[in-house]
Design a protein around this ligand. Sequence first.
Ligand SMILES: Nc1nc2c(c(=O)[nH]1)N[C@H]1C(S)=C(S)[C@@H](COP(=O)(O)O)O[C@H]1N2
Ligand SMILES: [Mo]
Length: 319
Amino acid sequence: MTLIKIPPSWQLPESQVTPEAVFLNRRRFLQGAIGLAATTLPLTACSTPDSTTNKEAAYQNLIKNPNFVDVGRPVTAEHLTSTYNNFYEFGTGKSVWRAAQALPLDNWKIEVTGLVSNPRTYDLDDINRKFPIEERIYRFRCVEAWAMVIPWVGFPMRLLVQDVQPTSAAKFVRFTSFYDPKITKGGSLLGSRPWPYTESLRVEEMNNELAFFATGIHGKPLPKQNGAPLRMVIPWKYGFKGAKSIVKIEFLPTQPATFWNTINANEYDFEANVNPFQPHPRWSQATERIVSDAPSLLWETRQTLPFNGYAEYVANLYT
Ligand SMILES: Nc1nc2c(c(=O)[nH]1)N[C@H]1C(S)=C(S)[C@@H](COP(=O)(O)O)O[C@H]1N2
Ligand SMILES: [Mo]
Protein backbone atom coordinates (compact mmCIF):
# COMPACT_ATOMS: atom_id res chain seq x y z
CA MET A 1 0.00 0.00 0.00
CA THR A 2 1.60 3.25 -1.08
CA LEU A 3 0.20 6.49 0.20
CA ILE A 4 -0.87 8.88 -2.51
CA LYS A 5 1.03 12.14 -2.36
CA ILE A 6 -1.35 15.07 -2.41
CA PRO A 7 0.24 18.02 -4.17
CA PRO A 8 -0.32 21.39 -2.53
CA SER A 9 -2.56 23.63 -4.61
CA TRP A 10 0.39 25.85 -5.66
CA GLN A 11 1.84 22.83 -7.48
CA LEU A 12 -1.29 22.29 -9.55
CA PRO A 13 -1.56 23.84 -12.98
CA GLU A 14 -3.69 26.97 -12.79
CA SER A 15 -6.56 25.33 -14.65
CA GLN A 16 -6.95 22.81 -11.84
CA VAL A 17 -7.13 25.34 -9.05
CA THR A 18 -10.88 25.34 -8.62
CA PRO A 19 -13.09 24.59 -5.65
CA GLU A 20 -13.79 21.19 -7.27
CA ALA A 21 -10.09 20.37 -7.44
CA VAL A 22 -9.81 21.10 -3.74
CA PHE A 23 -12.83 18.86 -3.14
CA LEU A 24 -11.47 16.03 -5.30
CA ASN A 25 -8.06 16.10 -3.63
CA ARG A 26 -9.68 15.84 -0.23
CA ARG A 27 -11.65 12.84 -1.51
CA ARG A 28 -8.50 11.27 -2.89
CA PHE A 29 -6.92 11.58 0.55
CA LEU A 30 -9.97 10.01 2.22
CA GLN A 31 -9.97 7.12 -0.24
CA GLY A 32 -6.29 6.54 0.49
CA ALA A 33 -7.13 6.29 4.18
CA ILE A 34 -9.99 3.87 3.49
CA GLY A 35 -7.69 1.81 1.29
CA LEU A 36 -5.24 1.52 4.17
CA ALA A 37 -7.95 0.27 6.51
CA ALA A 38 -9.08 -2.24 3.88
CA THR A 39 -5.64 -3.91 3.80
CA THR A 40 -6.24 -5.11 7.36
CA LEU A 41 -9.39 -6.97 6.27
CA PRO A 42 -9.24 -10.57 5.13
CA LEU A 43 -8.61 -10.90 1.42
CA THR A 44 -12.06 -12.33 0.76
CA ALA A 45 -13.60 -9.03 1.80
CA CYS A 46 -11.86 -7.28 -1.07
CA SER A 47 -13.79 -7.09 -4.31
CA THR A 48 -12.64 -5.72 -7.62
CA PRO A 49 -13.44 -2.02 -7.78
CA ASP A 50 -16.75 -1.42 -9.52
CA SER A 51 -16.93 0.86 -12.52
CA THR A 52 -18.27 3.75 -10.47
CA THR A 53 -14.99 3.67 -8.55
CA ASN A 54 -13.08 3.35 -11.83
CA LYS A 55 -14.89 6.39 -13.13
CA GLU A 56 -14.16 8.44 -10.03
CA ALA A 57 -10.50 7.44 -10.19
CA ALA A 58 -10.35 8.41 -13.87
CA TYR A 59 -11.66 11.88 -13.07
CA GLN A 60 -9.30 12.30 -10.14
CA ASN A 61 -6.30 11.46 -12.31
CA LEU A 62 -7.66 12.95 -15.49
CA ILE A 63 -5.29 12.53 -18.41
CA LYS A 64 -4.95 15.75 -20.38
CA ASN A 65 -4.20 14.86 -23.98
CA PRO A 66 -1.07 16.98 -24.71
CA ASN A 67 -2.10 17.46 -28.36
CA PHE A 68 -5.24 19.31 -27.31
CA VAL A 69 -4.34 21.59 -24.43
CA ASP A 70 -4.08 24.96 -26.21
CA VAL A 71 -6.27 26.44 -28.91
CA GLY A 72 -4.87 29.97 -28.66
CA ARG A 73 -7.93 31.27 -26.83
CA PRO A 74 -8.97 31.05 -23.19
CA VAL A 75 -11.26 28.23 -22.08
CA THR A 76 -14.87 29.39 -21.75
CA ALA A 77 -16.03 29.62 -18.15
CA GLU A 78 -18.12 26.75 -16.82
CA HIS A 79 -20.97 29.06 -15.80
CA LEU A 80 -21.27 30.00 -19.51
CA THR A 81 -21.00 26.50 -21.05
CA SER A 82 -23.62 25.27 -18.57
CA THR A 83 -26.16 28.09 -19.00
CA TYR A 84 -25.92 29.09 -22.68
CA ASN A 85 -27.06 26.04 -24.66
CA ASN A 86 -28.99 24.71 -27.61
CA PHE A 87 -31.14 21.70 -26.72
CA TYR A 88 -34.40 22.06 -28.63
CA GLU A 89 -36.00 19.00 -27.03
CA PHE A 90 -36.27 21.17 -23.91
CA GLY A 91 -37.07 24.56 -25.42
CA THR A 92 -36.10 27.08 -28.05
CA GLY A 93 -34.20 29.60 -25.92
CA LYS A 94 -30.59 29.51 -24.74
CA SER A 95 -31.64 29.08 -21.08
CA VAL A 96 -32.80 25.49 -21.43
CA TRP A 97 -30.53 24.20 -18.69
CA ARG A 98 -33.27 24.12 -16.06
CA ALA A 99 -35.81 22.34 -18.30
CA ALA A 100 -33.10 19.85 -19.37
CA GLN A 101 -32.87 18.55 -15.79
CA ALA A 102 -35.95 16.44 -16.68
CA LEU A 103 -33.71 14.16 -18.79
CA PRO A 104 -33.76 10.73 -17.06
CA LEU A 105 -30.27 9.17 -16.95
CA ASP A 106 -31.10 6.03 -14.97
CA ASN A 107 -30.64 2.73 -16.78
CA TRP A 108 -29.32 4.50 -19.91
CA LYS A 109 -28.55 2.24 -22.88
CA ILE A 110 -26.71 2.97 -26.13
CA GLU A 111 -27.59 0.54 -28.88
CA VAL A 112 -25.05 0.08 -31.69
CA THR A 113 -26.52 -1.75 -34.67
CA GLY A 114 -26.60 -2.02 -38.45
CA LEU A 115 -23.67 -3.06 -40.61
CA VAL A 116 -21.35 -4.21 -37.81
CA SER A 117 -19.83 -7.62 -37.02
CA ASN A 118 -20.24 -7.06 -33.30
CA PRO A 119 -23.53 -5.28 -32.49
CA ARG A 120 -23.61 -4.08 -28.89
CA THR A 121 -25.89 -2.45 -26.40
CA TYR A 122 -23.74 -0.59 -23.91
CA ASP A 123 -24.88 0.60 -20.54
CA LEU A 124 -22.90 3.37 -18.84
CA ASP A 125 -20.83 0.91 -16.82
CA ASP A 126 -19.77 -0.77 -20.08
CA ILE A 127 -18.78 2.62 -21.51
CA ASN A 128 -16.77 3.53 -18.40
CA ARG A 129 -15.01 0.16 -18.34
CA LYS A 130 -14.24 -0.12 -22.04
CA PHE A 131 -13.19 3.36 -23.05
CA PRO A 132 -10.53 5.20 -21.01
CA ILE A 133 -11.30 8.90 -20.72
CA GLU A 134 -9.06 11.89 -21.40
CA GLU A 135 -9.47 15.65 -21.52
CA ARG A 136 -9.30 17.54 -24.82
CA ILE A 137 -9.70 21.28 -25.17
CA TYR A 138 -11.44 22.01 -28.47
CA ARG A 139 -12.78 25.08 -30.19
CA PHE A 140 -16.55 25.02 -30.55
CA ARG A 141 -18.41 26.88 -33.31
CA CYS A 142 -22.21 27.05 -33.61
CA VAL A 143 -23.69 27.68 -37.06
CA GLU A 144 -25.32 30.76 -35.44
CA ALA A 145 -21.78 32.30 -35.34
CA TRP A 146 -21.11 32.16 -31.60
CA ALA A 147 -18.04 30.31 -30.37
CA MET A 148 -16.60 28.87 -27.19
CA VAL A 149 -13.52 26.89 -26.10
CA ILE A 150 -14.56 23.73 -24.27
CA PRO A 151 -12.57 21.30 -22.12
CA TRP A 152 -14.33 18.05 -23.00
CA VAL A 153 -13.76 14.73 -21.25
CA GLY A 154 -14.38 11.51 -23.16
CA PHE A 155 -12.84 9.15 -25.68
CA PRO A 156 -12.13 9.04 -29.42
CA MET A 157 -15.04 7.72 -31.49
CA ARG A 158 -12.72 5.34 -33.33
CA LEU A 159 -12.35 3.23 -30.16
CA LEU A 160 -16.07 2.44 -30.36
CA VAL A 161 -15.78 1.80 -34.11
CA GLN A 162 -13.03 -0.75 -33.36
CA ASP A 163 -15.20 -2.40 -30.73
CA VAL A 164 -18.21 -2.98 -33.00
CA GLN A 165 -16.28 -3.62 -36.26
CA PRO A 166 -18.30 -2.18 -39.13
CA THR A 167 -18.45 -4.29 -42.27
CA SER A 168 -17.03 -2.97 -45.55
CA ALA A 169 -20.59 -2.12 -46.63
CA ALA A 170 -20.94 0.48 -43.86
CA LYS A 171 -20.46 4.00 -45.26
CA PHE A 172 -22.48 6.27 -42.94
CA VAL A 173 -23.33 6.37 -39.26
CA ARG A 174 -26.54 7.78 -37.80
CA PHE A 175 -26.65 8.99 -34.19
CA THR A 176 -30.01 9.34 -32.45
CA SER A 177 -30.72 11.48 -29.39
CA PHE A 178 -33.09 10.61 -26.55
CA TYR A 179 -36.67 11.55 -27.33
CA ASP A 180 -39.83 10.98 -25.33
CA PRO A 181 -42.54 13.60 -25.89
CA LYS A 182 -43.73 13.15 -22.28
CA ILE A 183 -40.28 14.33 -21.14
CA THR A 184 -38.71 16.29 -24.01
CA LYS A 185 -41.64 18.68 -23.94
CA GLY A 186 -39.85 21.51 -25.71
CA GLY A 187 -39.80 19.51 -28.94
CA SER A 188 -43.36 20.43 -29.85
CA LEU A 189 -42.73 24.18 -29.39
CA LEU A 190 -41.07 24.25 -32.80
CA GLY A 191 -44.17 22.88 -34.53
CA SER A 192 -43.92 19.62 -36.45
CA ARG A 193 -40.28 18.52 -36.64
CA PRO A 194 -38.56 15.27 -37.60
CA TRP A 195 -37.93 14.11 -34.02
CA PRO A 196 -35.96 12.41 -32.64
CA TYR A 197 -32.88 14.58 -33.25
CA THR A 198 -30.49 12.66 -35.48
CA GLU A 199 -27.11 13.44 -36.96
CA SER A 200 -24.77 11.54 -39.24
CA LEU A 201 -21.12 11.21 -40.27
CA ARG A 202 -19.32 9.21 -42.87
CA VAL A 203 -17.49 6.26 -41.30
CA GLU A 204 -14.12 7.87 -42.26
CA GLU A 205 -15.13 11.05 -40.44
CA MET A 206 -16.01 9.02 -37.35
CA ASN A 207 -12.58 7.38 -37.55
CA ASN A 208 -10.75 10.71 -37.69
CA GLU A 209 -8.46 11.41 -34.74
CA LEU A 210 -10.56 14.43 -33.67
CA ALA A 211 -14.02 12.81 -33.63
CA PHE A 212 -14.88 12.43 -29.95
CA PHE A 213 -17.59 11.16 -27.63
CA ALA A 214 -17.86 13.44 -24.63
CA THR A 215 -19.00 12.01 -21.31
CA GLY A 216 -17.68 14.98 -19.31
CA ILE A 217 -16.80 18.66 -19.41
CA HIS A 218 -14.72 20.92 -17.14
CA GLY A 219 -13.24 17.87 -15.42
CA LYS A 220 -16.62 16.47 -14.35
CA PRO A 221 -19.37 14.27 -15.81
CA LEU A 222 -21.51 16.07 -18.40
CA PRO A 223 -24.45 18.08 -17.08
CA LYS A 224 -27.76 17.15 -18.67
CA GLN A 225 -27.98 20.41 -20.64
CA ASN A 226 -24.68 19.60 -22.37
CA GLY A 227 -25.94 16.22 -23.56
CA ALA A 228 -25.42 13.74 -20.73
CA PRO A 229 -24.53 10.96 -20.55
CA LEU A 230 -22.79 10.85 -23.95
CA ARG A 231 -22.76 13.33 -26.86
CA MET A 232 -20.90 13.78 -30.12
CA VAL A 233 -18.11 16.36 -30.44
CA ILE A 234 -16.93 17.10 -33.99
CA PRO A 235 -14.83 20.24 -33.59
CA TRP A 236 -14.31 21.00 -37.30
CA LYS A 237 -18.07 21.04 -37.99
CA TYR A 238 -20.84 23.37 -36.83
CA GLY A 239 -22.22 22.56 -33.42
CA PHE A 240 -25.51 21.11 -34.67
CA LYS A 241 -23.58 18.08 -36.02
CA GLY A 242 -22.86 17.13 -32.38
CA ALA A 243 -26.00 15.31 -31.27
CA LYS A 244 -26.56 15.17 -27.51
CA SER A 245 -27.74 12.40 -25.18
CA ILE A 246 -27.18 9.55 -27.66
CA VAL A 247 -29.30 6.39 -27.39
CA LYS A 248 -28.62 4.75 -30.74
CA ILE A 249 -25.76 4.48 -33.26
CA GLU A 250 -26.41 2.77 -36.61
CA PHE A 251 -23.92 1.86 -39.34
CA LEU A 252 -25.62 2.26 -42.73
CA PRO A 253 -24.91 1.75 -46.44
CA THR A 254 -26.25 5.15 -47.55
CA GLN A 255 -26.58 8.70 -46.24
CA PRO A 256 -29.55 8.95 -43.84
CA ALA A 257 -31.90 11.89 -43.40
CA THR A 258 -30.89 14.04 -40.42
CA PHE A 259 -32.81 16.52 -38.27
CA TRP A 260 -31.64 19.98 -39.42
CA ASN A 261 -30.86 18.87 -42.96
CA THR A 262 -34.45 17.63 -43.31
CA ILE A 263 -35.83 20.89 -41.92
CA ASN A 264 -33.77 23.09 -44.26
CA ALA A 265 -30.98 21.56 -46.39
CA ASN A 266 -30.10 24.99 -47.77
CA GLU A 267 -29.25 26.37 -44.32
CA TYR A 268 -27.91 23.16 -42.76
CA ASP A 269 -25.97 21.15 -45.31
CA PHE A 270 -25.10 17.58 -44.47
CA GLU A 271 -21.33 18.16 -44.34
CA ALA A 272 -21.53 21.36 -42.25
CA ASN A 273 -17.77 21.89 -42.08
CA VAL A 274 -16.91 25.26 -40.54
CA ASN A 275 -16.16 27.46 -43.55
CA PRO A 276 -15.66 31.25 -43.43
CA PHE A 277 -16.14 31.49 -47.21
CA GLN A 278 -19.55 29.81 -47.34
CA PRO A 279 -22.13 32.17 -45.83
CA HIS A 280 -25.26 30.89 -44.18
CA PRO A 281 -28.20 32.10 -46.33
CA ARG A 282 -29.15 34.55 -43.57
CA TRP A 283 -25.73 35.71 -42.29
CA SER A 284 -22.00 35.73 -42.99
CA GLN A 285 -19.77 33.00 -41.53
CA ALA A 286 -16.58 35.05 -42.02
CA THR A 287 -16.43 35.99 -38.33
CA GLU A 288 -17.63 34.56 -35.04
CA ARG A 289 -18.40 36.00 -31.62
CA ILE A 290 -16.81 34.69 -28.44
CA VAL A 291 -19.43 33.97 -25.77
CA SER A 292 -18.58 35.91 -22.60
CA ASP A 293 -20.19 37.54 -19.58
CA ALA A 294 -20.65 40.77 -21.52
CA PRO A 295 -24.00 41.57 -23.18
CA SER A 296 -24.02 39.64 -26.47
CA LEU A 297 -23.79 42.82 -28.55
CA LEU A 298 -20.37 43.45 -27.00
CA TRP A 299 -18.94 39.96 -27.52
CA GLU A 300 -15.48 39.95 -29.08
CA THR A 301 -15.45 39.23 -32.83
CA ARG A 302 -12.80 36.94 -34.35
CA GLN A 303 -12.09 35.58 -37.82
CA THR A 304 -13.64 32.18 -38.52
CA LEU A 305 -10.99 29.63 -39.52
CA PRO A 306 -11.50 26.97 -42.22
CA PHE A 307 -12.45 23.71 -40.52
CA ASN A 308 -12.59 25.76 -37.31
CA GLY A 309 -8.77 25.70 -37.16
CA TYR A 310 -8.47 21.92 -37.62
CA ALA A 311 -7.60 21.79 -41.35
CA GLU A 312 -4.36 19.90 -40.74
CA TYR A 313 -6.34 17.04 -39.20
CA VAL A 314 -9.30 16.84 -41.54
CA ALA A 315 -8.77 18.63 -44.88
CA ASN A 316 -7.65 15.31 -46.44
CA LEU A 317 -11.17 13.94 -45.84
CA TYR A 318 -12.60 16.43 -48.34
CA THR A 319 -10.30 16.42 -51.37
N1 LIG B 1 -30.22 16.38 -29.27
C1 LIG B 1 -29.77 17.61 -29.57
N2 LIG B 1 -28.46 17.77 -29.81
C2 LIG B 1 -27.97 19.02 -30.11
C3 LIG B 1 -28.84 20.12 -30.21
C4 LIG B 1 -30.23 19.92 -29.92
O1 LIG B 1 -31.06 20.84 -29.97
N3 LIG B 1 -30.64 18.65 -29.60
N4 LIG B 1 -28.35 21.36 -30.55
C5 LIG B 1 -27.08 21.37 -31.30
C6 LIG B 1 -26.52 22.71 -31.45
S1 LIG B 1 -27.25 23.71 -32.60
C7 LIG B 1 -25.42 23.11 -30.76
S2 LIG B 1 -24.69 24.61 -31.08
C8 LIG B 1 -24.86 22.27 -29.69
C9 LIG B 1 -24.82 23.05 -28.39
O2 LIG B 1 -24.11 22.33 -27.40
P1 LIG B 1 -23.92 22.95 -25.95
O3 LIG B 1 -25.27 23.39 -25.46
O4 LIG B 1 -23.35 21.85 -25.11
O5 LIG B 1 -22.98 24.11 -26.10
O6 LIG B 1 -25.57 21.07 -29.47
C10 LIG B 1 -26.06 20.45 -30.65
N5 LIG B 1 -26.64 19.17 -30.32
MO1 LIG C 1 -25.72 25.39 -33.03
